[in-house]
Design a protein around this ligand. Structure first.
Ligand SMILES: NC(=O)C1=CN([C@@H]2O[C@H](COP(=O)(O)OP(=O)(O)OC[C@H]3O[C@@H](n4cnc5c(N)ncnc54)[C@H](OP(=O)(O)O)[C@@H]3O)[C@@H](O)[C@H]2O)C=CC1
Ligand SMILES: Nc1nc(=O)c2c([nH]1)NC[C@@H]1CN(c3ccc(C(=O)N[C@@H](CCC(=O)O)C(=O)O)cc3)C=[N+]21
Length: 292
């Protein structure tokens, strides 16, 4: 079997177009949705992602601003910057790019962001809402994966889903979203004794680890949907995922490429959450993810 390649870039553009309509409706009523991105230090990969985020906001006609802060900024000064953005009526979404330098507590930073402006969905309140099944701002990457699955008409209910990776930003929320959609979910980690045993059970396999070539064809069930979240740069400067794309595409039913798979969807979901935040804060529009 040769897999259908899921065109994340095209689906991400389509999703962006739908949210542009909602942004335009807000703008017609005098509300310009605004996103503030804070980036601490100069990690080159983070800069690329932030640039992509700003470009996407621009494409949809949103306001965006980037606050570049030095790596040695104190935690107190960073928190003050977030509080100022919390109080700024022109800003509806706040995103602090991770990872942060070691002397700054991720938890403290994420808890300082106003829950109503938490477009990453990383605040404990929003994570709690996700656990309870009434999400306000779904974390962008796993929500992007869910949308790719749904756009491709891959069934979730009753299917075996396996998520490799248990981070708070990808693996854990991904597993919860699939659980809410009725999948039977397993979560694998670096401690899993026989990773291939689990991955071979998967009708839907989501991989978010950060290790190139981790998933090979022998670990994949014939016809499975394989969603590769991993982003790794090889020594030659090439961008690759966690899945051995060339071999796995001969066995899977569907597969996402890297680049051009999950990454562009993450960015579209950030646009979506920013428009959603602007709707909620202004009391205009539906304020709901799905407004149909
Ligand atoms: N496309 C996109 O939009 C995004 C891509 N990414 C990419 O996704 C990848 C994962 O990111 P993130 O979740 O933040 O990473 P983390 O480093 O926070 O988590 C990695 C997870 O992988 C697990 N793991 C490590 N080695 C293995 C192994 N051999 N077998 C099974 N599990 C293993 C770890 O297990 P344990 O907990 O036991 O240590 C951990 O749970 C990265 O490549 C990142 O760049 C991230 C965010 C967005
Ligand atoms: N607070 C926070 N929120 C995040 O959402 C967040 C974060 N921190 N830290 C880092 C990760 C990583 N991440 C990506 C976003 C876009 C691409 C992306 O656009 N990828 C393109 C290619 C990009 C390239 O050329 O390097 C693609 O896969 O096609 C990738 C990765 C968001 N993250």
């Amino acid at each position: 079997m040769t897999a259908q390649i899921i065109d994340g870039k095209a689906i991400a553009e389509q999703v962006r177009g739908e949210w542009k309509k909602r942004a335009d409706a807000l703008k017609a009523q005098g509300v310009l949705p605004g996103l503030a991105v804070i980036i601490v230090g100069d990690n080159p990969a983070s800069k690329v992602y932030v640039r992509n985020k700003v470009r996407a906001c621009h494409d949809v006609g949103l306001h965006s601003e980037v606050h570049e802060l030095p790596a040695d900024i104190t935690e107190a000064m960073l928190l003050k910057q977030i509080q100022d953005l919390n109080a700024n009526p022109d800003i509806h979404g706040i995103l602090v790019q991770l990872p942060l330098p070691d002397h700054i507590s991720d938890d403290k930073v994420l808890e300082t962001i106003d829950v109503e402006k938490d477009v990453d969905g990383f605040h404990l309140y929003n994570l709690g809402a996700l656990v309870a099944g009434n999400t306000v701002f779904p974390p962008c990457t796993p929500y992007g994966v869910q949308c790719l699955i749904e756009h491709t008409n891959i069934p979730i209910e009753g299917q075996n889903a396996v998520v490799v990776g248990r981070s708070n930003i990808v693996g854990k929320p991904m597993a919860l979203m699939l659980l809410h959609k009725g999948a039977t979910v397993s979560i694998c980690t670096s401690k899993t004794r026989d990773l291939a045993f689990y991955t071979r059970l998967a009708d839907i396999l989501v991989v978010a680890v950060g290790r190139p070539g981790l998933i090979t064809a022998d670990m994949v069930k014939e016809g499975a949907a394989v969603l590769d979240v991993g982003i790794n740069r090889t020594d030659e400067g090439k961008l690759v995922g966690d899945v051995d794309f060339e071999s796995v595409k001969e066995k899977a039913g569907h597969i996402t490429p890297v680049p051009g798979g999950v990454g562009p969807m993450t960015i579209s979901m950030l646009v979506a959450n920013t428009v959603l935040a602007a709707e909620r804060l202004s009391g205009l529009g539906s304020g709901k993810l799905q407004d149909t």
